[in-house]
Design a protein around this ligand. Structure first.
Ligand SMILES: NC(=O)c1ccc[n+]([C@@H]2O[C@H](COP(=O)([O-])OP(=O)(O)OC[C@H]3O[C@@H](n4cnc5c(N)ncnc54)[C@H](O)[C@@H]3O)[C@@H](O)[C@H]2O)c1
Length: 288
């Protein structure tokens, strides 16, 4: 508490491409906003660089993640920490941004190690499929750690946000709008516009299911089937995303699919596949 007002401390769990960009975005706000402590601790899964140096040491010396976000300064208030427990111990706002397959193991290590009242948000796209059925990543975090967990999804190619090109994002929350607004404050900048939606499952499923549609869109590109077919794949795909989401969670709202997490992320991801395809085709032609 400071002057009778709660003050929040942020830790970012993950330091890949999106983790580094998210830390930079957050740190630019914590340095300015009085309701947050300046410092942002970023947990780094330790790696040894080809130079023999540890990645976490290199980040702290250069203020740059030379492996996952080269050429971009993160902000002097971003501190890389390879010790998971130490990275989170003082934080009451936890940002999860690792590839989905590592989340369960990370959460198990964090049980009993968090500050009371800590809140989480997941920027992770994907889901766990267990014997009992699909399990959303936010639920995995919430259930394992016994904390509330929102999600942030959207048309968010990290490298574009790193150079401050304009993007939108959607925060999905359950019930507590005040908490969702606090996350929105933490992430919003003039080039990163965040809205909130009371539909956590809908927002998170959008970020997961769009990848399946984008694979189909990539096949259309690869087979040179044309723009009209690709648009049809995207339209029908979006409709199927909605139908599948509602089958899993009847509470999912139609409007969610018109937010950044829905149609916008689908378009961006399908365009990205086009770009990757063009690169592959160029590579094949060069190798011929
Ligand atoms: N990159 C993007 O543009 C983008 C945009 C939106 C959402 N996302 C989502 O963000 C999440 C993280 O993606 P990213 O692009 O930051 O990752 P990335 O592929 O750039 O990096 C992978 C990260 O995983 C770490 N790692 C490797 N082995 C590990 C282990 N055993 N345990 C824990 N961590 C380990 C690596 O050190 C690295 O930090 C993903 O769920 C992705 O879907 C990414």
């Amino acid at each position: 508490m400071e002057n009778g007002h709660a003050k929040y401390r942020v830790a970012v769990i993950g330091s890949g491409n999106w983790g580094s960009v998210a830390s930079r975005l957050i740190a630019s706000n914590t340095a300015k906003l009085p309701s947050f402590y300046d410092e942002v601790r970023m947990w780094v899964f330790e790696e040894i660089l080809p130079t023999g140096k540890k990645l976490s040491e290199s980040i702290n010396e250069e203020n740059e993640n030379c492996k996952y976000l080269p050429g971009i300064k993160l902000g002097a208030n971003v501190i890389a920490d390879p010790d998971l427990e130490s990275a989170v111990k003082d934080a009451n706002m936890l940002v999860f941004v690792t590839p989905h397959q590592f989340v369960e193991g990370i959460c198990k290590k964090l049980v009993g190690k968090l500050r009371p009242g800590a809140e989480a948000i997941s920027l992770i796209k994907g889901m766990e499929v267990k014997m009992e059925g699909p399990c959303m990543i936010s639920k995995l975090i919430a259930d394992t750690l016994g904390i509330n967990c929102c999600v942030l999804m959207g048309a968010n190619i990290a490298n574009e946000i790193a150079v401050e090109m304009f993007s939108e994002a959607t925060i999905g929350y359950r019930k507590d709008k005040e908490v969702a607004n606090r996350w929105a404050n933490l992430f919003t900048t003039p080039y990163f516009l965040v809205s909130v939606a009371e539909d956590i499952e809908g927002v998170e499923l959008c970020g997961t299911l769009k990848n399946i549609v984008a694979i189909a869109a990539g096949l259309v590109d690869g087979l040179d089937m044309g723009n009209n077919t690709k648009a049809a794949i995207m339209r029908i795909g979006l409709r199927e995303m909605r139908a599948f989401s509602k089958l899993l969670f009847p509470s999912v709202r139609d409007n969610t699919f018109f937010e950044s997490c829905g149609v916008a992320d689908l378009i961006t991801t399908c365009r990205m596949y086009l770009h990757c395809n063009q690169l592959t085709i160029k590579q094949i032609n060069t190798e011929k």
